[in-house]
Design a protein around this ligand. Structure first.
Ligand code: OFO
Length: 173
């Protein structure tokens, strides 16, 4: 069984992951509007991963006989100054989410909730990957600067992103 406090914290994290999904989907729409379809594709795959994160938590709460209580999702940002601005804001957001995961781990440890602590290890590792993948695009964008052909080629490259294998990750009820 989950404690009331842990259940609330996991519900809050479900909300944060759904907010991430909404934010990345909004960013994908922004890139489509900018005719950067490779960027839009990359970010949309990222959005789908956020939904998978939310569902992983959702299933975990149920598997511990807890109650999932969905909360309102805040309206996402809809405009960014540039591609670089969009990805820099994504990195700041991922760093914020990493902080939330760390706090969840702290809570699990303080409650000696070993099952939740073990479950959260996947998220700790995932955040390293999330920050790194966004940071790599930022570095490419900084290299490219205002050079149009460079942006064109980067857009082509990002169009090649394939979805992560989520077998055994999102889970089903
Ligand atoms: Fe769910 O990791 Fe990004 O936000």
């Amino acid at each position: 069984m989950l404690s009331e406090k842990m259940q609330q914290a996991l519900n809050d994290q479900i909300n944060a992951e759904l907010s991430s999904y909404y934010t990345y989907l909004s960013m994908s729409a922004y890139f489509t509007d900018q005719d950067l379809n490779g960027f839009a594709h990359w970010v949309r795959i990222h959005a789908n991963e956020e939904m998978m994160h939310a569902m992983k938590l959702y299933d975990f709460v149920h598997s511990r006989r807890g109650r999932v209580l969905l909360q309102p999702i805040p309206g996402p940002t809809t405009h960014w100054g540039s591609s670089l601005d969009a990805f820099e804001s994504a990195l700041r957001y991922e760093q914020y989410v990493t902080g939330l995961i760390n706090k969840l781990v702290d809570l699990a440890i303080s409650e000696s909730d070993h099952a939740t602590n073990s479950f959260l290890k996947w998220f700790v590792d995932e955040q390293v990957e999330e920050e790194s993948s966004v940071d790599l695009v930022i570095r490419d964008l900084r290299r490219v600067g205002d050079f149009g052909p460079g942006l064109f080629l980067l857009d082509r490259e990002l169009a090649g992103r394939t979805p992560a294998d989520t077998t055994n990750e999102a889970g089903s009820p």
